[in-house]
Design a protein around this ligand. Sequence first.
Ligand code: FES
Length: 110
Amino acid sequence: MTKITFIYPDGTEKTVETANGVSVLEVAHANNIPLEGACEGSLACSTCHCIVEDEELFDALPEPSEEEEDMLDLAFGLTLTSRLGCQIMVTDLLEGARFRLPEATRNIAS
Ligand code: FES
């Protein structure tokens, strides 16, 4: 099991345990964490935008695809360590990872 913490816009934190092999978006949904994911992982929205708190972890993650980069460009509150939650798979690398939820999302899929 891998432990991941989500940080809400108001600073509240929720730590959950998850099996590997699912996306960060799926982990959020399984734990009632309000990460939207309007297109359910098909890279057609940016509502699963989340911010990797730890720069070292951000650098260690597999590079985002061009499609992910394009979608991220449309996300509100983009940061240097922003990623799409549906594109980050849980592995041992994510043990102790912290993801910040942005204050707003823009749903271009609807
Ligand atoms: Fe739509 Fe991730 S859920 S891009």
